[in-house]
Design a protein around this ligand. Structure first.
Ligand code: FAD
Length: 259
């Protein structure tokens, strides 16, 4: 299996760096091929802007989605973006690894998504009709590939529990899991989250590292999050609302989209 790890931590000698080594070791032991995009080491340009579209005429108004569609179709995206797209096409499984910063991913990783997910590549694909609303949410270019988050947090597991002050971790990660991974077609695996890591001693590190290794061994077999697919009949098209009566009793909000 080809595994791409997109790693977003500014320090390679961090806990995240140690966990990255651990994941790579466990995957390679199983015979998988691993590539890593170490975004800080690559000095990844995080902001999507005019420089991403060199063919844009001087003075022409920048409309990001249409400039992106045009550049993608003409193979005119910048080399750094094309290289990341090539890695995504190559990968069978994609892992996004990051420390939780302000309840989401570090800006550099969000900027990777903003720039690499071009129009025509990760969105804006497929037929729009009264039966389908594009190839997205379970369909799309990434269909057939698995994806998973590896996240570390300062907060405790209880802080991210269903009644925890920070909000449930599945809710906080929903925009990434459902919006960034499921949308372009990935099958999304439950996240690996290491909580309360800021003062980790060697014993606690060994426990987290062992759990991560176990997870890496289960990458090909673990059951995915059961998100509802968009075009399988659960949603009214084009309103894209869940049809009444399909939800589990009492489910609201993000939980509506779990089958
Ligand atoms: P490090 O600081 O590198 O290490 C953490 C601990 O692990 C240290 O005790 C270190 O000694 C130990 N360690 C590291 N490597 C090893 C090793 N090889 N072997 C043994 N022990 C090791 N947290 C939240 O919960 N929610 C938030 O919204 C949030 N927002 C944040 C925003 C910012 C800008 C920042 C800087 C932090 C935020 N945090 C938040 C905390 C953050 O999530 C954690 O600090 C981060 O996850 C820790 O990961 P790290 O790789 O940076 O750890």
């Amino acid at each position: 299996m080809n595994v791409l790890i997109v790693y977003a931590h500014p320090e390679r000698q961090s806990l995240n760096g140690a966990l990255l080594d651990c994941a790579i070791g466990a995957l390679e032991e199983q015979g998988h091929t691993v590539r890593v995009s170490d975004l800080y080491a690559m000095r990844w340009k995080a902001a999507a802007d005019r420089a991403d579209f060199p063919d844009l005429a001087e003075g022409e108004r920048l409309r990001v989605a249409s400039a992106s569609a045009r550049a993608f179709a003409a193979h005119d995206l910048t080399d750094d973006v094309r290289a990341e797209q090539e890695k995504l096409v190559w990968a069978d499984t994609v892992i996004l690894q990051f420390p939780l910063w302000w309840f989401t991913m570090p800006a550099i990783l969000k900027g990777w998504v903003d720039r690499v997910y071009a129009c025509g590549f990760a969105y804006g694909v497929g037929e729009h009709s009264d039966r389908r609303w594009g190839d997205r949410y379970g369909e799309g270019v990434m269909a057939g590939k698995r994806a998973m988050l590896v996240v570390t947090t300062g907060g405790w597991a209880e802080h991210y529990s269903p009644r925890g002050i920070n909000g449930p971790i599945d809710d906080l990660l929903f925009p990434i899991n459902h919006g960034i991974l499921f949308y372009p077609g990935f099958t999304v695996l439950p996240p690996f989250v290491a909580y309360r890591v800021d003062r980790l001693d060697d014993r606690a590190f060994a426990t987290v590292a062992a759990a991560l290794r176990t997870r890496m061994q289960a990458l090909g077999t673990i059951a995915p999050i059961a998100y509802r697919r968009q075009n399988d009949g659960d949603y009214r098209i084009p309103a894209m609302e869940l049809k009444p009566g399909l939800e589990k009793p009492g489910a609201t909000g993000f939980a509506l989209h779990l089958d």
